[in-house]
Design a protein. Structure first.
Length: 344
């Protein structure tokens, strides 16, 4: 399959030729990648089982892992959910468009492979002009997981999508690098007290400014319980070389680096600007300041893709505080890591 790459669009409209062509491919049951404010998504008509099947095939995604449905207006949410509870209306007012996915009781309109047979459906309105233009042009909700090969870091540029999916999908809309850098927060509002199933761009602290109580799925804290969000049980975000997550102060990180080097290992490092300045090493990817975790979130997936198997034997990565978006950063790093190295 030839993958169409349209020219980068900076001020997209639903009538732009690229947007209309991409929408037509979607209506022809094909899959097209598009930017959102979090990561690039791989979209298909969420009401069409055959189209959605193409997503699973292109990504190599396990079929028991349900997809998020993207919408451009509230009417599309009403077309998918049994009802919109008051708490959902409040959250949509506060955070949509934006990186918050809400789990509703499904009315069965989404294709059965979107929900992987569950009675619920995940829905969000992306805060990106190109995503919204595409949704309006296609005039149907779009199922869209992150546009990476299953298991790989999620794509934050059109080039990342191309690396993973060239020849496997109909097209890629380029809207430049994504802003948030990590996926949306998945919040189950079908429970008495809403539960965070996946930490993401909207933080627990943000949610608590709008609703009185929010819980976190115990499975996220590493308990033995099976996660309620089926996708959270798979190996994810893996870089090409093994990643070790280093827990300790900057001196401990430096000692860990020295130990690796003395064994003759070629080491790549992912670190904040502060730690990078402290270390004496040439292969370091800096992802922002540790004082601004949103910068770390933005740079993380690009950094995970940067080190190639041929160049490094191991990647040492800094640990970050789990406050604000740091909770999402550490959730992804824990999944990407082969092991943790802790200061005793
Ligand atoms: O930011 C994002 O959310 C990106 C962009 C493209 O919108 N999308 C994304 O999709 O991250 P994906 O498929 O990579 O992750 C979807 C997550 C998975 O962990 C999945 O298990 C969970 O949402 N999910 C989907 N439907 C669900 C449901 N009905 N109940 C519980 N979890 C659900
Ligand atoms: Mg994903």
């Amino acid at each position: 399959m030839q993958t169409k790459m349209w020219k980068r669009l900076n001020h997209p409209q639903k009538n732009d030729e690229a947007v209309r062509e991409a929408a037509q491919l979607l209506l022809d049951q094909q899959v097209v990648a598009f930017p959102t404010e979090t990561v690039y998504g791989l979209g298909a008509d969420a009401t069409n089982k055959k189209a959605v099947q193409e997503i699973f095939e292109a990504k190599g995604r396990p079929s028991d892992n349900p997809l998020i449905v993207h919408v451009s207006d509230r009417a599309q949410v009403e077309s998918l959910a049994v009802e919109i509870p008051p708490v959902a209306a409040e959250l949509m007012d506060a955070f949509w468009p934006g990186p918050l996915t809400l789990i509703f009781q499904s009315n069965g309109s989404a294709a059965e492979n979107v929900t992987a047979g569950l009675s619920t459906v995940a829905v969000r309105m992306p805060d990106h002009p190109l995503a919204l233009a595409l949704l309006e042009a296609a005039d149907t909700p779009l199922a869209a997981p992150s546009a990476n090969r299953s298991g790989r870091p999620s794509p934050t540029t059109a080039a990342h999508v191309y690396q993973d999916l060239d020849g496997r999908i109909a097209g890629i809309l380029d809207g430049g690098p994504t802003g948030v850098g990590l996926e949306s927060t998945v919040l189950d509002i079908t429970a008495e007290v809403p539960v965070i199933l996946r930490p993401g761009g909207v933080t627990k602290e943000d949610l608590e400014t709008v609703i009185p109580r929010v819980e976190v799925d115990p499975a996220l804290a590493g308990s033995a319980e099976a996660p309620k969000s089926p996708g959270m049980k798979y190996k994810h975000y893996a870089p090409e070389a093994p990643l070790w997550l280093v827990e300790g102060d900057d001196s401990f990180f430096a000692e860990t680096l020295t130990a690796c080097k003395s064994r003759g290992e070629r080491v790549g490092i992912i670190a904040s600007r502060e730690l990078a300045d402290f270390l004496d090493h040439d292969r370091i990817i800096r992802c922002g300041s540790r004082r601004h975790l949103s910068e770390v979130a933005e740079g993380l997936y690009g950094a995970l893709r940067e080190f190639k198997e041929a160049d490094v034997d191991v990647i040492l990565c800094e640990s970050f505080p789990e406050t604000g978006v740091g909770a999402a950063v550490m959730n992804r790093l824990n999944k990407a890591a082969e092991k943790k190295v802790k200061d005793q």
